[in-house]
Ligand binder design. Structure first.
Ligand code: PHE
Length: 451
C-alpha cells in the first residue's frame, strides 16, 4: 500500500491546523459579530465557548483522525465497521464541499478587493463613493464570477501539491506572513486620531449587551472559527505522526485562532471608531466600511491608502486560502484513500464541483437574487445550512462517537500516546467530550429553534 503522507514537524502541524482555523471567520466575521454583541464581554463568552465546547470537539476529531489514519469515511469504517457511523463519515465529506462552495465566493471578493486596491480604484474617487463599490460589485454577473474562479484556482493549486509540498509549505509561509501583515494594520489603526474609543470598546466589558442570543452566537462562531464538525481537523489529524502530542496541537491551534481573532478586532474596530462610525456594520464591515476608512484617513495620500488597504486584503486572502485548502482536502483524502483516485484527478473533480456550487452562490446576489430555497437565496441558504446545522451536527456526532462509541481505553491510549503524555488531564477532557460538549450543542440547537 502507498505510504500515507504526514506533516513534517510540530510547527507544520500547528501551521496547517491554525491555517484552517484562521480564516474569514476571524477577519471578516469575528469583528462584526463582536460589534453586534457588545465588544469585550463577547470576547470573554467566546473564550469560554472555545475552552469548554470547541476544544473537546477538536480533540474528538483529532482522536478519530489520528487513530484511524484515514479520511472521514474510512475512519468510521475502520473504528466502527459495519455500523451506520460511516454515513456520518460520508456526511462530513459533503459538508466541507458545500461550505467551500460559498466560502470561495467571499474568498473571491478578497481577490477583487486586492486587485481594486492595487489598481488605485479606491483612491480615484471621493472616499464617500467607496462603500457603494461593494453592492455594485457583488450584484454584477461576471466580475464576482471571475474572482471566485481565480480563488478556486489558487486553492486547487495548493491542494494539487499534496500534504507536504502543498498544504504544509503554503501554511508555513502564509501564517507567519499573515501575522505580520495584520500587526501592521493594527499599528496603523491605533495611530488614527480617535481610535482609543475603539480600544476601550474592546477591553471594557459591557455585560448588559449579553443575551442568550450572544451566547449562541459565540458558540456558532467558535465552531466555525475552529473548523469543527466538517472533518477538516479529522483529516489533518490523520496526517499527524504518532509521537505528536494532541493536547499541544489543539491548544496551539485554538490559541492561534483566538489570537488572530482578537488582533483582527484590534485592526478593524479602532479604525471604525476613529472614522466616527459604529462597529455594528454587519457583514459589510470589512468590504464596505474599511476601504472607506482607509481612504478617508489617507485623504491626499493615495499611496499610503493603497498600501494599507492592499496589505489588509492580502491578509484576508491568505487567511481565506489556508482555510479553503483544508475544506478541499477532506474530499480529496476520501477520493484518494477510498476510491484510489490520483490526487490530481480528485482535486480537479472536486474543485469543479465547488466552483459550480459557488457560481450559484455568486449569482444569488445579482441575476439569481429571486431564486429562493426555503425562502433564502443560494448563498444565504448554504451559509445557514452549514453554520447553523452541518457544523454543529457534525461536531455533535464526532464527540458522541468518541465519548460513547469508542472504547475509553482506546481513546485514552490515543490522547495520551500510550500513557506517556497528558495522563492527568485525560479524565477532564474525556468528561468534556462525553457529557459537556454534546449537551452544550443540544442546548444551542434548542435555543436556535426557539428563537
Ligand atoms: N475556520 C475557518 C474560518 O474561520 C472556516 C472553516 C470552517 C474552515 C470549517 C474549515 C472548516 O474562516
Amino acid at each position: 500500500m502507498k505510504q500515507r503522507e504526514h506533516f513534517g514537524s510540530r510547527f507544520a502541524v500547528i501551521a496547517a491546523m491554525a491555517g484552517s482555523a484562521v480564516g474569514l471567520g476571524n477577519i471578516w466575521r469575528f469583528p462584526y459579530i463582536l460589534g453586534e454583541y457588545g465588544g469585550a464581554a463577547f470576547i470573554l463568552v467566546y473564550m469560554a465557548a472555545c475552552l469548554v465546547l470547541a476544544l473537546p470537539i477538536f480533540y474528538a476529531e483529532s482522536i478519530i483522525g489520528r487513530s484511524s489514519r484515514s479520511d472521514t469515511f474510512g475512519a468510521m469504517n475502520k473504528l466502527a465497521p459495519g455500523t451506520p457511523w460511516r454515513w456520518v463519515g460520508l456526511l462530513t465529506i459533503i459538508s466541507p464541499l458545500l461550505l467551500l462552495g460559498y466560502y470561495s465566493v467571499v474568498g473571491g471578493w478578497s481577490v477583487e478587493y486586492l486587485f481594486k486596491s492595487l489598481s488605485f480604484s479606491f483612491t480615484e474617487v471621493p472616499a464617500e463613493e467607496v462603500p457603494h463599490f461593494f453592492g455594485r460589485f457583488i450584484s454584477s454577473t461576471w466580475q464576482p464570477l471571475f474572482a471566485h474562479t481565480a480563488f478556486m484556482a489558487l486553492v486547487a493549486g495548493v491542494v494539487l501539491g499534496g500534504v507536504r509540498n502543498g498544504i504544509e509549505k503554503f501554511s508555513k509561509l502564509a501564517m507567519p506572513a499573515l501575522f505580520i501583515l495584520i500587526l501592521v494594520i493594527v499599528g496603523y489603526s491605533l495611530t488614527l486620531p480617535g481610535s482609543f474609543k475603539g480600544v476601550e470598546y474592546l477591553v471594557k466589558p459591557d455585560f448588559s449587551k449579553l443575551s442568550a442570543d450572544a451566547i449562541a452566537a459565540a458558540l456558532g462562531q467558535a465552531f466555525f472559527s475552529l473548523s469543527l464538525g466538517v472533518g477538516t481537523i479529522l483529516t489533518f489529524s490523520s496526517y499527524v505522526k504518532k509521537e505528536e502530542n494532541l493536547l499541544v496541537s489543539g491548544v496551539g491551534t485554538a490559541a492561534s485562532d483566538l489570537l488572530f481573532a482578537v488582533i483582527a478586532a484590534f485592526a478593524v474596530i479602532p479604525a471604525v471608531f476613529a472614522a466616527g462610525l459604529q462597529p455594528s456594520g454587519g457583514p459589510g464591515l470589512v468590504f464596505e466600511t474599511l476601504p472607506y476608512i482607509f481612504n478617508k484617513m489617507g485623504e491626499g495620500m493615495p499611496l499610503l491608502s493603497t498600501l494599507v488597504s492592499s496589505i489588509f486584503f492580502v491578509a484576508i486572502l491568505a487567511a481565506a486560502l489556508t482555510s479553503a485548502i483544508s475544506m478541499l482536502e477532506v474530499g480529496v483524502a476520501f477520493l484518494t484513500d477510498e476510491w484510489g483516485m490520483k490526487r490530481r484527478s480528485a482535486t480537479l473533480v472536486l474543485t469543479f464541483f465547488c466552483w459550480s456550487v459557488g457560481i450559484l452562490c455568486s449569482l444569488s446576489f445579482g441575476p439569481l437574487a429571486d431564486v429562493k430555497v426555503l425562502g433564502l437565496t443560494f448563498f444565504d441558504f448554504l451559509d445557514h445550512l452549514c453554520s447553523d446545522w452541518l457544523l454543529p451536527v457534525g461536531g455533535l456526532l464526532f464527540t458522541t462517537f468518541v465519548g460513547w462509541k469508542m472504547s475509553k481505553d482506546k481513546v485514552r491510549d490515543e490522547f495520551t500516546n500510550g500513557g506517556t503524555v497528558n495522563t492527568r488531564l485525560f479524565d477532564t477532557v474525556y468528561f468534556l467530550m462525553r457529557y459537556v460538549a454534546p449537551v452544550g450543542i443540544l442546548v444551542v440547537f434548542a435555543t436556535n429553534l426557539l428563537m
